[in-house]
Design a protein around this ligand. Structure first.
Ligand code: VGL
Ligand code: ZN
Length: 204
């Protein structure tokens, strides 16, 4: 049993959004193409309360891109994005959301960020995605979405740690690249840790 995990393909991560990723809509296109090849399709959704402490605006004098310590963890500060119920938090219109068997929200606790679709950044709480996939008998996961160097990367690394055979569909991802080479570095790290890097055309 194999599953496709669509990570954070939301308006705020696409061009025009609050935390836009260059060519982000390409992730929706590739995800749509792949869905029919999978037994199970799930999604993650970045879903922050308006007072989430990953937002630079919650900290006097701080700017997006600054790094602070938040409850014992290093935290990059972001623009306000993916606020629960807002347009920016919705999946992009192009995405075939009807194919999602289940959606897992993350980043709901204002005190801790959650890049991975499986756990928060402190590995304190699970979203339920890991148990859900195991209950369904999933052994292999294919991951697409946004942003390659943030939430996709951490979702991939947790999938490996949970024992899934993990594939990154590289052309179905785009990165934020706060630093120019972040996406390249992220792919290298995922590969070194055992991720199989494929293109959508290689998924049968
Ligand atoms: C993400 C930064 C903050 C992502 C989410 O989905 O990659 N990045 N929140
Ligand atoms: Zn976020």
């Amino acid at each position: 049993m194999r599953a496709l995990i669509c990570v954070d393909i939301q308006n705020d991560f696409c061009p025009g959004g609050a935390l836009e990723v260059k060519d982000g809509l390409a992730a929706a296109e590739v995800a749509n193409q792949l869905m029919d090849r999978f037994d199970l399709v799930v999604a993650t959704q970045d879903w922050h309360p308006a007072n989430h402490k990953s937002f630079a605006a919650m900290h006097p004098w701080r700017r997006p891109g600054d790094v602070i310590e938040l409850n014992g963890l290093e935290q990059i500060l972001w623009p306000i994005h993916c606020v629960q119920g807002s347009f920016g938090a919705e999946f992009v219109r192009e995405l075939r959301t009807d194919a999602f068997e289940k959606v897992f929200v993350k980043g709901t606790d204002p005190e801790i960020d959650s890049y991975s679709g499986f756990f928060d950044n402190g590995h304190r709480k699970a979203t339920g995605l890991g148990d859900y996939l195991k209950e369904k008998g999933v052994e292999e996961v294919y991951i697409v979405g946004l942003a390659l160097d943030v939430c996709v990367k951490f979702t991939v690394l947790d999938a490996l740690e949970l024992g899934f055979k993990t594939y990154l569909v590289e052309d179905g991802c785009r990165g934020v690249n706060l630093k120019p080479k972040d996406s390249d570095r992220a792919v290298m790290e995922m590969k070194e840790k055992g991720t199989i890097i494929v293109t959508a055309a290689e998924v049968d």
